[in-house]
Design a protein around this ligand. Structure first.
Ligand code: DC
Length: 230
């Protein structure tokens, strides 16, 4: 496998992007970049600065102050803001409820896209391929990616998986319907925003994981990566 391969994986919330992207990166010995975690970290920093996330002017002004560092080992990815590890905090409800609004601010996107492209260049310079997951990777961040995948699954399946993940992490029961409502709200904002909305790139291959388990989905993606590079 060519170590210079760049794989873009986009899709809606709860489609399994993170587990599938990490699994795929592990198979090939590639790095892994979770751009959703970067938007969450930016949101965490905005909140920590005492800025109202719905004040787009103040959020835009804070964009130049973001200092987000991503650890790209797919076995144990990390994320920090100004030296503080925020891996746990960015998954909580406070950040989750504000992240789509912050992500819709063009100045925030511009700042993070620069960081994302730098991370990819660093990986390639080190002789490593990379799997990058997000919403706009194939369309905006890395339009020249070697492989572009749009990962989907039925909404009910996505809500069930996300509710299960949240319960495992927080050791409290999560209601599928409440989770579905939160996913719907985020997907609506993410796909209707003006700046880089969630949508498949014209040359993306769609993988529907509704009836696939994690291993089967990783397998499907690995085969597409191999085919694209053959
Ligand atoms: O993948 P995730 O659920 O952790 O992403 C959190 C939010 O970040 C998501 O609701 C939209 C935003 N996001 C984005 O706008 N662009 C990306 N490339 C990745 C995430």
């Amino acid at each position: 496998m060519d170590q210079q391969t760049v794989v873009a994986i986009d899709g809606p919330s709860g489609s399994g992007k993170s587990s599938v992207s990490r699994g795929t990166a592990e198979v090939f010995g590639f790095r892994y970049l979770d751009t959703g975690a970067m938007y969450r970290a930016a949101t965490w920093q905005i909140l920590a600065l005492g800025i109202d996330p719905s004040d787009s002017h103040a959020v835009a002004k804070a964009a130049e102050r973001l200092v987000i560092i991503s650890g790209t080992d797919p076995v144990s990815p990390t994320i920090s803001v100004d030296g503080t590890d925020v891996g746990v905090e960015i998954r909580g409800d406070t950040v989750t409820n504000a992240v789509s609004v912050v992500s819709a601010v063009p100045e925030i996107r511009a700042a993070l896209v620069v960081m994302q492209r730098n991370e990819v260049s660093a990986g390639l310079a080190a002789g490593k391929g990379i799997v990058v997951e997000g919403r706009d990777i194939g369309t905006v961040v890395l339009p020249d990616a070697n492989v572009k995948i749009f990962l989907t699954a039925d909404e009910a399946v996505r809500a069930r998986r996300r509710a299960l993940q949240d319960s495992e992490r927080e050791h409290v029961g999560r209601d599928d319907e409440a989770t579905a409502e939160s996913l719907r709200r985020r997907d609506q904002i993410d796909s209707q925003r003006k700046a880089s909305p969630l949508r498949p790139a014209d040359d993306a291959i769609e993988v529907d994981a509704t009836d696939l388990d994690l291993a089967q989905t990783i397998d499907a993606v690995v085969r597409l990566v191999e085919a694209a590079r053959a």
